[in-house]
Design a binder for this molecule. Structure first.
Ligand SMILES: Nc1ncnc2c1ncn2[C@@H]1O[C@H](COP(=O)(O)OP(=O)(O)OP(=O)(O)O)[C@@H](O)[C@H]1O
Ligand SMILES: [Mg+2]
Length: 271
C-alpha cells in the first residue's frame, strides 16, 4: 500500500538547534499513527513540516507516493492534509457553521450577486457532524459556548467533510476530562474508519494506546523506532514516554550520591 504521506531523511535546523534529524516516517490510510516523545523531542516541529508551516532543511515530503513541496499550509491543505492545532484556530464568537466553513460556505447566486446560503450552510454543517456522530442542536450557536471536546470534534468533522486524507492532531485530548477525551477519541476512530491517515500526538498513554495502530518514538529530534501495536506493549510505551532509561540513570546517580554521603557520615562518626 502507498503511504498517504511519507517523510524521507527530513532534517530541520533552527540556527544551531537541530530540531529534527534524518526522520523517516510513513503514515498509511486507515491507520492511527501516534507520535510520542518528551518535551522538546520535535513532535510539533514534525507536524509543522507535515502541514507546510516549516520547510525541511533537508529531505523529502511525499503525498500519495509523489514528492511535493509545500510553500505554505495552504498547499498542504489543498493536497488533503488537515491539521488541528491545539489552539484550533476557531473564532469563539462565530457560529459553529461559520467555523465549520471558514470562507468555504455554499453560495446562492442570483446574477450578479452571490451570497452565502445560510440555511444550506447550517444544514450541511449539522449533517456533517451527525455523520460522525455529533449531535448539534443548533449550528448557529457560538463556538465559544461549546465544551473543549465538542470544539475538537467540530474541527475533526470539518477535516473529514472537506475531504482530508491525512488528519494531524496535536494533543487534542490533553486539556480534556475523561468523558470529553473519550468523545474525541471516538471521532478519531470514526475518521480512521473513513480511511483517513490520522497522526495523533499525545502525552497520555491511556489515550494513545487504545486508539493507536502504530507508534513512533521521537527523542531529541531523532526517530527511535516505529512499532506496530503488536510489537510494543503498553508498559514499554509508558517506559519510553516517561524517559524510563533516563530515569534509571538518574536513580543510579542518586544511589551513588547517597552511598558517598553515608560513607562520609560513617567517617565522621568514627573520628
Ligand atoms: N521556531 C523555533 N526556533 C528555534 N528553535 C525551535 C523553534 N521551534 C522549536 N524549536 C526547538 O526545537 C526543539 C523541538 O521542539 P518541538 O516544539 O518540536 O518539541 P515538542 O516535541 O513538540 O515538545 P512539547 O512536548 O514540549 O510540545 C526544541 O529544542 C525547541 O526549542
Ligand atoms: Mg509540541
Amino acid at each position: 500500500m502507498t503511504p498517504a504521506m511519507e517523510l524521507r531523511g527530513v532534517s530541520v535546523n533552527f540556527g544551531s538547534v537541530k530540531a529534527l534529524q534524518d526522520i523517516d516516517i510513513k503514515v498509511y490510510p486507515g491507520e492511527v499513527h501516534c507520535l510520542l516523545g518528551d518535551n522538546g523531542a520535535g513532535k510539533s516541529t514534525l507536524i509543522k513540516v507535515l502541514s507546510g508551516v516549516h520547510a525541511p532543511s533537508k529531505g523529502e515530503i511525499l503525498v500519495n507516493g509523489k514528492a511535493v513541496r509545500f510553500r505554505s499550509p495552504r498547499d498542504a491543505q489543498d493536497l488533503g492534509v488537515a491539521t488541528v492545532f491545539q489552539d484550533l484556530g476557531m473564532i469563539s464568537l462565530m457560529s459553529i457553521t461559520r467555523n465549520f466553513f471558514l470562507g468555504r460556505e455554499p453560495t446562492r447566486s442570483r446574477w450578479p450577486l452571490s451570497r452565502i446560503d445560510k440555511e444550506k450552510a447550517n444544514a450541511v454543517a449539522k449533517q456533517a457532524m451527525a455523520d460522525i456522530g455529533i449531535d448539534v442542536r443548533d449550528p448557529t450557536q457560538a463556538v465559544g459556548t461549546l465544551s473543549g471536546g465538542e470544539r475538537q470534534s467540530v474541527a475533526i468533522a470539518r477535516a473529514v467533510h472537506f475531504g482530508a486524507r491525512v488528519l494531524i492532531l496535536d494533543e487534542p485530548t490533553s486539556a480534556l476530562g475523561v468523558h470529553q477525551a473519550a468523545m474525541v477519541l471516538k471521532f478519531i476512530i470514526e475518521a480512521r474508519m473513513r480511511g483517513l491517515a490520522v497522526i495523533f500526538i499525545s502525552h497520555n498513554i491511556h489515550h494513545a494506546y487504545p486508539v493507536g495502530d502504530t507508534f513512533t518514538l521521537l527523542n531529541r529530534g531523532r526517530n527511535r523506532g516505529t512499532y506496530a501495536k503488536s510489537e510494543i506493549s503498553r508498559d514499554e510505551v509508558i517506559s519510553i514516554m516517561s524517559g524510563g532509561e533516563d530515569l534509571k540513570a538518574v536513580e543510579a546517580e542518586i544511589q551513588g550520591l547517597l552511598a558517598q554521603i553515608a560513607a562520609r557520615q560513617s567517617g565522621v562518626a568514627r573520628q
